[in-house]
Design a protein around this ligand. Structure first.
Ligand code: BTN
Length: 243
């Protein structure tokens, strides 16, 4: 496995995307950095993290075996790999906040940015960007953020965590490649944050509403039971789960 380690870079996702457009990049090639000057989050947000205290990396995986409607299985494989890794390090109370934030003790310890490329109308590669808050303890303007150190009191070796994650990612992708995605979806559902609990959501216009998460569809839509007893499906650009 090739690990490209950089002291600082704009964004590991951007770097790996550019590299893979210039040359053939092998599966599980990792770009890792201590610091990002333009770290990117989901929905055009920025991702900030202190230098040297956290894991920020992107990994490339060939996803040509997946058809477009199976795109959410990438999120599932990545989320489960993160959960398995964090469990191996005894991180408590782990949940997946749909679609793929990882929470511990109800706070976000990890964010995921998945960017897929398409060639000749088929999936080509997935660039899986992971921002895992590890040894950082100050999150001044981010009250919902936490780190492995804050939830466990321990300090972690970044490289060790990275290697454990990649091993787990290989395992979950091999399950997908063997054609058993349903098993992974069932496991994902058992970790869903606030599943079957009354929750508050915000839609794209900023309106709040309540409902109860039932599950997630094969294509990754959140299935929410609304007050008038109907179940509605939402894409991840349509709503966010507040609490
Ligand atoms: C989110 O929760 O909004 C996703 C955050 C993803 C951050 C990681 S850090 C490494 C990789 N490079 C980026 O620019 N973003 C991802």
């Amino acid at each position: 496995m090739r690990i490209i380690k950089l002291n600082a870079i704009n964004s590991t996702n951007t770097f790996l995307k550019e590299l893979s457009s210039e040359e053939a990049v092998a599966d599980y090639t990792v770009v890792q950095t201590d610091y990002q000057t333009n770290g990117r989050g989901q929905m055009g947000t920025t991702w900030t993290a202190n230098s040297g205290e956290n894991l920020m990396f992107s990994v490339l995986k060939d996803i040509s075996f997946l058809s477009f409607h199976q795109h959410f299985y990438i999120s599932i494989a990545v989320s489960l790999s993160l959960i398995k890794t964090l469990k191996q390090y005894q991180i408590p109370n782990l949940y997946i906040k749909w679609p793929n934030d990882i929470l511990s003790d109800n706070k976000k310890v990890c964010g995921v940015l998945i960017e897929n490329s398409i060639k000749q109308n088929k999936f080509k590669d997935s660039i899986i960007g992971i921002g895992l808050n590890v040894n950082q303890t100050d999150f001044k303007n981010l009250p919902q953020a936490s780190s492995l150190k804050l939830v466990s009191g321990k300090v972690f070796d970044l490289e060790e965590l990275l290697l454990s994650f990649i091993e787990n990612l290989k395992h979950y992708f091999s399950v997908l490649e063997e054609g058993k995605p349903e098993d992974l979806k069932k496991t994902y559902e058992t970790y869903m944050f606030r599943k079957k609990k009354p929750s508050t959501f915000k839609d794209a216009e900023g309106n709040m509403f309540t409902g109860i998460i039932q599950s997630v569809s094969e294509t990754g839509n959140l299935q929410v039971l609304l007050e008038d007893a109907i179940i509605k499906e939402y894409g991840f650009k349509e709503i966010s789960l507040l609490y």
